[in-house]
Design a protein around this ligand. Structure first.
Ligand code: FUB
Length: 337
């Protein structure tokens, strides 16, 4: 599989590569960091990577995670606090396995953890758990959020309106939802429109959708929809939205070309126009990030597999400053010297 090939390559590369940022967490493996500032403090909601006997394949079966830890930071790249297990799969009635990339949101003093997992029939869905502290623990709703599917939830709070972005192809199953219901894989041809990330507004209760799920258009420099064969730019997984100078920025992973890229719009629903690369490929097959502002500066949170010597399913979260140029473009980050 592509996953095995990249792992073999990166286990060799790991010996000779020098990362520009150290891992934030070294006592366990962590990935997919979603960072937020709550009550003036930086909190990170990552996946918790573990060793597994599952086979390595392009559906990501080797990502066999089963719980979440929440971390807080006293200051950027400062001392990290592990707040322990915030949610375990044993306490999620609808989930069977694979607790993948989560996100969190705050509303009226309540904190909500959004997370994907496979349901009892093996279909990825997005669930929510809540609690009254940013670090958890969180209590899961008995069922997943109705109307959701696939992986990688990201919630953007736009002045009290909360938008849930999600989706990921291949192991994330988004290609199975092209007809509106769960089917066999349906991939567009290379010259056809690429599979699009999804968005829906959350209800005021934060645990249900208030509208039907919408597809998000991502356009190239000529205003044409990105096509499936444009693997350097098309959406793969890990959507994230932030706002800078009144523009909405949708950033995401290109998956098999291993980049974090971004597109901009004047609406949270898009259409978004492709702009460029935020992060060049890291060690490991996956790349997954978040962007947040803290104390007047912007930061990129991401992961790589350098701490595990290149093992693709054993990753470590990192952070580095992200710079918006005066014209709104983002400076590309090189993860290694
Ligand atoms: O961590 C498991 C999966 O790998 C995430 O959901 C994807 O975004 C990728 O990072």
């Amino acid at each position: 599989s592509d996953a095995e090939a990249v792992t073999q390559r990166d286990m060799q590369r790991a010996e000779n590569i020098k990362a520009v940022s150290p891992p934030l967490v070294t006592h366990i493996y962590t990935a997919d960091p979603s960072a937020h500032v709550f009550n003036g403090k930086l909190y990170i909601y990552p996946s918790h990577d573990i060793e597994t006997s599952e086979p390595m394949n392009d559906d990501g079966d080797h990502f066999a995670m089963r719980d979440y830890h929440v971390f807080s930071l006293d200051r950027p790249n400062g001392k990290i606090n592990d707040h322990g297990v915030a949610l375990d799969i044993d306490n999620v009635p609808w989930a069977s396995k694979q607790m993948w990339a989560p996100d969190a949101a705050e509303k009226d003093g309540q904190y909500y953890l959004y997370f994907p997992a496979r349901d009892q029939s093996g279909i990825f869905r997005i669930g929510v758990a809540s609690g009254d502290c940013p670090e958890g623990p969180f209590t899961a709703e008995p069922d997943f959020i109705q109307g959701t599917f696939s992986i990688d939830p990201a919630v953007y709070n736009d002045n009290g309106e909360y938008y849930l972005y999600f989706g990921g192809i291949w192991g994330g199953q988004l290609q199975r939802w092209q007809s509106g219901s769960y089917t066999e894989d349906m991939y567009p041809a290379d010259n056809e429109t690429a599979i699009k990330p999804r968005v829906a507004k959350l209800s005021t209760d934060m645990i249900s959708l208030s509208e039907t799920v919408k597809e998000i258009d991502i356009l190239d420099e000529n205003g044409e929809l990105l096509v499936a064969g444009d693997t350097d730019r098309r959406f793969f997984e890990g959507p994230w939205v932030h706002k800078f100078n009144k523009q909405y920025y949708l950033s995401y992973s290109t998956g098999d070309t291993h980049k974090i890229v971004y597109a901009t719009s004047d609406s949270p629903y898009g259409p978004f126009k492709y702009q460029g690369v935020i992060l060049n490929p890291v060690l490991g097959w996956t790349t997954h990030h978040s962007i947040t502002q803290y104390d007047g500066k912007w930061y990129l949170f991401y992961h790589d597999s350098s701490l595990s010597g290149g093992q693709t399913h054993l990753r470590s979260i990192k952070m580095t400053e992200l710079i918006h140029n005066p014209d709104g473009t983002i400076q590309t980050i090189e993860p290694y010297e």
